[in-house]
Design a protein around this ligand. Structure first.
Ligand code: SF4
Length: 376
């Protein structure tokens, strides 16, 4: 585990080095790409993501994405793209031809020779083996499956359109291909306790997943769940369930909600959490663009972008970096926002070692409060 952390830290150092090098030479830094696909078959009861249950006009969607790629190519030039992530919504609904046209257009405008990962998010019931093979042939190297639960009653409660058998079949099929596979799950449903977590982790272990994301159910206002008066587990029970995940899943935790063997971590998300630049394409996508030595917050669809100052960006980086087990390197901008007196007095919650700040296992449990406390 220690070796894993330091090898990742070395990658983080290299990332900063390359950003610096690109700027010295007047070139723009590599940017990861997030492409939002805002269409679903129906809306799930808990979902506040930007997605619509409509029949998509794929040609219109494709043209919009190509237009945004051209816009950023004009701004940034032929930048390197280390990772591409198609998120949603339900990207697996997309015709393979649309996906292929988008990838081909990206590779005509940006340099994909060092692209290490193209992720496609998918939902069970929207992706058969033939379509998966076609996506893989067009470049998909990582499949993220929205399994959410292995219990049909829970899936029904969540408003999912698939059953557990369909999810397991997609996972089994995908794991036989030459790609990396992940699955998302939701826990902390009304009535859930540690026993539910143990049973979920047992099934994840049994299937042999190498990457799993386990998210606590949060109730968002403008969702069907937000209109119900659900009897949610108490905070202490949620914390017990969270701790039970680490005790029972046979995968190292590398981010608050993400567990994977070192070879299977999501490189796109790790880059974003490390503070690397990324462009969000499509309505509902957000990015952080680094251009002419300045950070910009950016949104896809209508292509808006505006400057953010170094202090704001440093706080953002801390917020994402502290969610990861490897932590965040303290550069000059981050140094300026940290309250070192608080940190030194609370080594049980947060630690600085080798110029890297990291939340401890106890600190992770109160991360939102901790992030407020460590800032000056
Ligand atoms: S499939 Fe995902 S994005 Fe679509 S409605 Fe359900 S949770 Fe939201």
């Amino acid at each position: 585990m220690k070796q894993f952390r330091y090898s990742l830290q070395l990658k983080n150092d290299l990332l900063d080095f390359f950003i610096l090098l690109f700027n010295i030479h007047g070139m723009n830094s590599p940017h990861n790409l997030y492409i939002h696909v805002p269409f679903c078959i129906s809306k799930c009861n808990y979902c506040a993501f930007f997605s619509r249950a409509i029949a998509p006009d794929w040609e219109y969607y494709q043209n919009q994405i190509l237009h945004e790629v051209d816009f950023w190519h004009d701004k940034l030039g032929r930048i390197d793209v280390p990772t591409i992530f198609f998120g949603g919504g339900t990207p697996s609904l997309m015709p393979v031809e649309t996906f292929n046209n988008i990838i081909n257009h990206i590779s005509s405008r940006f340099d994909l020779s060092d692209c290490v990962e193209i992720t496609l998010e998918s939902n069970p019931g929207t992706l058969d083996e033939k379509k998966l093979d076609d996506f893989i042939a067009c470049g998909v190297s990582r499949l993220s499956v929205g399994a959410q639960s292995f219990d049909d009653n829970e899936l029904n409660f969540l408003g999912r359109r698939h059953d557990a058998k369909t999810a397991i079949k997609l996972l089994d099929t995908a794991m036989q291909k030459n790609i990396r596979v992940s699955a998302d799950f939701i826990y902390g449903l009304p009535g859930h306790n540690v026993q539910n977590i143990i049973s979920l982790c047992d099934q994840i272990n049994k299937i042999g997943l190498q990457h799993a994301s386990l998210y606590e159910l949060t109730i968002e206002k403008n969702t069907p769940f937000g209109q119900m008066n659900l009897n949610m587990p108490a905070n202490d029970a949620m914390a017990d369930m969270y701790l039970a995940i680490q005790d029972n899943i046979k995968l190292p935790r590398y981010e608050v909600s993400n567990y994977a063997t070192p070879e299977h971590i999501c490189r796109h998300n790790q880059n974003i959490w490390d503070g690397a630049p990324y462009i969000g394409l499509g309505h509902g996508a957000r990015g952080r663009v680094f251009m002419d030595n300045t950070w910009f917050e950016q949104s896809g669809g209508d292509i808006k972008y505006s400057k953010i100052d170094n202090k704001t960006r440093a706080i953002e980086k801390l917020m994402t970096g502290l969610r990861t087990m490897r932590g965040m390197i303290i550069d000059d901008a981050i140094k300026n926002v940290l309250d070192f007196d608080f940190i030194n007095a609370h080594n049980d919650l947060v630690k600085i070692e080798h110029n890297v700040i990291r939340a401890t296992d106890t600190g992770i449990l109160i991360l939102d409060d901790l992030l407020v406390d460590i800032l000056r």
